[in-house]
Design a protein around this ligand. Structure first.
Ligand SMILES: NC(=O)C1=CN([C@@H]2O[C@H](COP(=O)(O)OP(=O)(O)OC[C@H]3O[C@@H](n4cnc5c(N)ncnc54)[C@H](OP(=O)(O)O)[C@@H]3O)[C@@H](O)[C@H]2O)C=CC1
Ligand SMILES: O=CCCC(=O)O
Length: 291
């Protein structure tokens, strides 16, 4: 199967590598074109623009940072819309809001193309290992056609109905995750500050009812102040912001998510946006007055 891939950030690079490893022919494009080089070394071809990729490939996947990137790649000059048409499918796996997804869907369909939104749960390592959870919605015929690619990228894929449902599902999941990360950071800090060993807290948590892969994976690195990015904090804050907007639309009070969003904003103001989202832990540390 031949696929195009737009966006070779942390996730896009891992996902397109995985497709190559499984025998897919992949044509890649990235805004910073030099990031295509490593993929080319592994057998990918380059498309000079999103339009060039769409022209060449029947199916194209996108994995871009946020709503403005997702819209720009579709609507701007040399974008997806210039070449999409009958018989071509576009699958946007970026995490965006339902409005953004619907705008893209309408535009693609108006040109005769078919569209799926398909954001994912799972981070860098699951992307490398083909263990993502894929939340697709939109054209069911396209979904059935791209299942072979989803089977390589993920351990499970869902079709959630009409476009917008997957964007919402993904935002709800990440809203919960961002709130959990803040509670976890506060717990680690409180343990340390009140004279407990935070490593022992990790052991205790892991044996109880609130054990989860995120605490298990992130906890030891957080205690070493290691925030090497798997899921960049700036993207987690974007997801909190979009989830809070969804809460506004539906009149759902979300004081915990709102507080978590403030903590991620504070972390961004401290220059931590490109680190892993677990770097929100740094917002709780005492300022250093030693110098
Ligand atoms: N990392 C993770 O754990 C997960 C991330 N996600 C979501 O997946 C998406 C990608 O995440 P991730 O790979 O981590 O992000 P990165 O920041 O690593 O990569 C972002 C990508 O978007 C591109 N981009 C940004 N702005 C534009 C623009 N205006 N026009 C064209 N391209 C643009 C970047 O290009 P360039 O290289 O030129 O900057 C890069 O390819 C996000 O929506 C994120 O929320 C979902 C699940 C997990
Ligand atoms: O959007 C990012 C999700 C990260 C994860 O599910 O581990």
């Amino acid at each position: 199967m031949e696929v195009g891939f737009l966006g070779l950030g942390i996730m896009g690079k891992a996902m397109s590598m995985n497709l190559l490893r499984h025998g897919f022919k992949v044509t890649v494009w990235n805004r910073t074109l030099s990031k295509c080089d490593e993929l080319v070394e592994h057998g990918a071809s380059i498309g000079e623009t999103p339009a060039a990729v769409i022209k060449k490939c029947k199916y194209t996947i996108a994995m871009l940072s946020d709503p403005s990137a997702a819209l720009s790649v579709v609507f701007d000059k040399d974008g997806v819309l210039e070449q999409i048409g009958n018989g071509k499918g576009y699958v946007d796996m970026s995490t965006v809001d339902a409005d953004t997804s619907s705008k893209i869907s309408e535009a693609i369909k108006s040109k005769g193309g078919s569209f799926l939104e398909a954001p994912v749960s799972g981070s860098k390592k699951p992307a490398e290992d083909g263990q993502l959870v894929i939340l697709a919605a939109g054209d069911k015929a396209l979904y059935d056609e791209v299942v072979p690619a989803f089977d390589v990228l993920g351990k499970k894929s869902f079709h959630l109905g009409e476009v917008g449902n997957s964007a919402k599902m993904k935002l709800v999941v990440n809203m919960i995750m961002g709130s959990m990360m803040n509670a976890f950071s506060e717990g680690l800090t409180l343990a340390g500050r009140s004279g407990l060993n935070p490593s022992t807290l990790l052991d205790v948590l892991d044996l109880g009812a609130i054990a989860n892969p995120m605490f298990k994976m992130k906890g030891p690195s957080m205690l070493k102040n290691n925030y090497s990015p798997a899921f960049p904090l700036k993207h987690q804050q974007k997801d909190m912001r979009l989830a809070l907007a969804l809460g506004d639309e539906n009149a759902v009070p979300m004081p915990i998510a709102a507080a978590a969003n403030e903590a991620f904003k504070k972390a961004r103001s401290m220059g931590l946006g490109d680190l892993d989202f677990s770097a929100v832990h740094e917002t709780l540390k005492k300022p250093d007055h030693s110098s």
